[in-house]
Design a protein around this ligand. Structure first.
Ligand code: M6R
Length: 615
């Protein structure tokens, strides 16, 4: 949450403020309540900030005209203080010479504000962050240089932070520091510039050479130099850079009206790439799981729904029961009852979701559990807390509503489940061969949905877009698709949606059914199909409108439904058993078109941010 982007250079040709503004726009998925930029020029800070989205603020304040070769900007997801201009970052000290931007939460902010106010500091915002600028001000007055002052100020801070600090009287560098909030450094030798950002897309069109800053580290960034220090010992740290594999255009819309549509269109190719990751990655992961006695899978939001699909696929192929636990509930649910020799599979797009990180830390530290992660971002915190990692092949996902990441996560979990079955000899070779063939055919099915069915799904979405309530029902492995379909629709189209295991719907939810209440069934022709028909009949009997996601060759449920979304997979049991990889995609498309029809920006849904780095 919150996007941070800073640049340090000596190249007079670089339009630094413009580059910061553009980088912030690429980070807007992290928060879009307010934005601001500060630049150092002529030993002065130049600050512009306001509430609202960067484009609108830029039209009023003209960020690009700001002078200077060193500067930093912020796009905010409000935590402390409402989303109004005074709470927009950067925050200055009393002298107006020190500026701070921050992602995270300073837990002791009330105490710090009290103490600093008592010492005469005047606060201009309601934020926790502003305390840091006043702390640095005091320490610089005592004679410390910017880095020393930042270090001492950070020692007073409790909680999570990605911080960037600059000062008018120290115009050659900026200081960055992190604890539990992401920060990555970009090195652009061609332009003679160093970048600091909360996520790689900020600088992806400028450089693909990156340096990871670990938790409890700070760095001083100069135009041609990065010095990293351990925050706890103040000792210098050596760190090698690495080349980011993501393509440069991945952070651009490329002619699409929204990132979400661009990313939805990428799904077939991304799933294909996932299915073809090196066998050695899958083997190491699978073997780590086989060695354990107890299995948990944890994540939040969409990634949690991938866990639900993973649970079903592990049971179906590997004959292993994996318990899904919401990462925010992990510690409470497992209090004192996690068994020795447990493995926790953590799933995350960003690898920075704080609840997920806390869950795996708890499992590791308290129970010595092995952590195996399925993560999209190389070098993210989760990858560093994990014994084994599979990197998903989604590439940067900019739309706040996750979609291609989900499809690659489910594909990765499916590969692992199949591999465990093969390694444990639970699946005859000819059967596993058939599954491999079907798996290789899945991207073509997804591609057909995109090319041949998208317009039909769009029409359907427009027909139902204004409905205020929906149920998404399914059984067995398809409950994950129902849950994800419901979440996607809710978060970008703002209707009230709920997902249930269809059999559970008669135990309460059915009370809401009145004439024309839309109920979306996820109905692949698997062993739940006949039982699902019973649930469809119960809903129909009470006047519900039935929309069903079915196989293209389906007849029975098609007869009962008002509308269908048809999945063009072959009539083949192997494809049917891989349904979790195919039946969610059309529901993501359905949600996208409903949101657009309702006039909402699907890339930036109300109140949300992509990477949730607060508890
Ligand atoms: O980065 P992560 O996958 O760990 O994020 C988990 C959730 O916050 C995320 O999936 C969220 O639910 C999205 N808004 C879903 O579209």
């Amino acid at each position: 949450m919150c996007g941070i982007f800073g640049i340090v250079t000596q190249s007079k040709d670089l339009p630094v403020a413009k580059l910061i503004r553009e980088g912030l726009q690429r980070l807007e998925y992290r928060g879009y309540d307010s934005a601001g930029i500060v630049m150092i020029s002529d030993h002065k800070l130049h600050l512009k900030k306001d509430a609202g989205r960067i484009n609108d603020i830029n039209a009023k304040l003209h960020f690009d005209e700001m002078p200077g070769l060193i500067g930093m900007g912020h796009t905010r997801w409000a935590t402390h203080g409402p989303p109004i201009a005074k709470n927009a970052h950067p925050h200055l000290d009393c002298t107006g010479k020190i500026a701070v931007i921050h992602n995270g939460i300073l837990e002791n902010f009330q105490q710090l504000r009290k103490e600093l106010s008592a010492r005469g500091h005047i606060f201009k915002s309601d934020t926790d962050t502003e305390a840091v600028s006043h702390l640095v001000e005091e320490l610089i007055k005592k004679g410390l240089n910017l880095r020393e002052a930042a270090l001492e100020a950070i020692k007073c801070c409790e909680g999570a932070f990605g911080l960037v600090i600059c000062a008018a009287d120290h115009p050659d560098s900026i200081i960055v520091a992190r604890r539990e909030s992401p920060l990555v450094i970009g090195i652009d030798k061609a332009r003679g510039a160093i970048y600091a950002a909360s996520d790689i897309p900020a600088f992806l069109p400028l450089t693909r050479t990156a340096l990871i800053l670990n938790d409890n580290e700070m760095a001083e960034l100069k135009p041609d130099q990065v010095d990293i220090y351990d925050l706890l010992t103040d000792k210098p740290v050596k760190r090698d850079s690495y080349e980011v594999e993501w393509s440069i255009d991945a952070a651009e819309k490329g002619g699409y009206p929204y990132f979400m549509l661009k990313e939805l269109h990428e799904v077939p190719a991304k799933v294909k790439a996932q299915i073809h990751i090196p066998q050695s990655d899958i083997d190491a992961f699978a073997k780590a799981i086989i060695g354990a006695s107890h299995f948990y899978i944890t994540a939040a939001g969409t990634a949690y729904h991938a866990c639900l699909a993973g649970k079903a696929l592990f049971a179906r192929f590997a004959k292993i029961f994996v318990k899904p636990i919401l990462c925010s509930e992990f510690r409470d649910e497992l209090r004192d009852c996690m068994k020795p020799n447990s493995v926790v599979i953590a799933v995350s797009q960003s690898g920075e979701t704080l609840d997920t990180l806390e869950a795996v830390r708890y499992a590791r530290e308290k129970y010595n559990a092995k952590v195996c992660s399925v993560v999209n971002v190389v070098g993210s915190s989760l990858t560093r807390y994990s014994d084994h990692v599979i990197i998903t092949t989604a590439g940067p996902e900019i739309a706040v509503a996750s979609q291609k990441a989900y499809n690659t996560q489910v594909s990765a979990l499916c590969l692992i489940a199949l591999r465990i079955a093969e390694l444990q000899g639970q699946m005859p070779v000819d059967v596993s061969q058939k599954y491999r063939e079907a798996l290789n055919g899945v991207p073509a099915v997804l591609e057909k949905i995109r090319t041949e069915h998208e317009q039909k799904i769009k029409k359907l979405a427009e027909k139902y877009a204004k409905k205020p309530n929906f149920y998404f029902l399914a059984r067995g492995a398809s409950v994950a698709a129902a849950a994800e379909g419901a979440l996607k629709f809710k978060e970008i189209s703002y209707s009230h949606t709920e997902a249930y295991a269809a059999g559970e719907s008669k135990h309460g939810p059915i009370a809401l059914i009145v004439k024309d209440f839309p109920v979306i069934f996820v109905a692949p022709p698997d062993d739940t199909y006949e039982r699902l028909i019973g649930n469809i009949m119960e809903m129909k009997a009470r006047g519900a409108t039935i929309i069903a996601t079915v196989a293209e060759y389906d007849e029975k449920i098609t007869e009962l439904a008002t509308d269908t979304i048809r999945i063009p997979h072959p009539k083949d049991e192997y494809y049917v058993n891989l349904s979790p990889l195919m039946y969610t995609y059309p529901l993501q498309i359905f949600a996208y078109y409903a949101a657009v029809h309702n006039g909402h920006d699907p890339d930036k849904p109300r109140n949300l941010a992509k990477s949730v780095t607060v508890k």
